[in-house]
Design a protein around this ligand. Structure first.
Ligand SMILES: [Zn+2]
Length: 185
């Protein structure tokens, strides 16, 4: 399964690697190698990191803490203190180094630096009072995203991920209804 980077923030994208959190949670980061692939796929992170069992555990605990704080923000309630501790501790670490060349931007650093970057990025969005955080409107999708659209009118985490699926389902339902109506007349 491919990773989606549609939340508008890499920390929220990390939280989105557990899908359908309320109904049937699916964890896209089941093993350290999955996390290494996710980091490589994320634009602002190094292309290559090594992940061992310990750093993998810290990454998953940071992910769950970010999700908890984002949910607190969506539900407009105080932040969970334990999750704040985890995110703040991760943010205090060293950050990846960046380098500009004709080839573009080069990001390097180990997984601890990656987690620090993700924690800082998460903090920036969670602290911004004007940032509009929303949960996706598709039933079953629990992804939280940053709505940067004009008037904050976005409904889905992503069109490919959810918007088109909802529209296709509505279309099928309309067709079924009209077929039934024709059959009845
Ligand atoms: Zn969605």
């Amino acid at each position: 399964m491919e990773f989606a980077f549609v939340s508008g923030n890499p920390a929220l994208d990390l939280a989105g690697t557990v899908r359908s959190r309320r109904d049937e949670p699916t964890d896209l980061l089941a093993a350290p190698a999955d996390l290494a692939r996710w980091v490589a796929a994320c634009d602002e992170l190094p292309d290559r990191v090594s992940v061992d069992a310990t750093t993998f555990e810290s990454a998953l605990s940071l992910r769950e803490a970010i999700y908890q704080l984002a949910l607190d923000r969506v539900l407009d309630r105080p932040f969970d203190p334990g999750s704040l501790d985890i995110v703040n501790a991760a943010a205090a670490g060293p950050v990846p180094t960046i380098k500009l060349s004709d080839a573009g931007l080069q990001v390097s650093g180990d997984l601890v630096a990656v987690l620090s970057h993700l924690a800082r990025s998460g903090i920036a969005v969670l602290a911004a009072s004007h940032a509009c955080l929303k949960e996706c409107g598709r039933t079953g999708c629990t992804r939280i995203y940053l709505d940067r659209s004009r008037g904050a009118r976005r409904t889905w985490c992503g069109m490919d991920e959810c918007g088109n699926r909802v529209k296709a389902a509505a279309y099928r339902a309309r067709r079924r209804a009209s077929t039934t109506a024709e059959g009845a007349s």
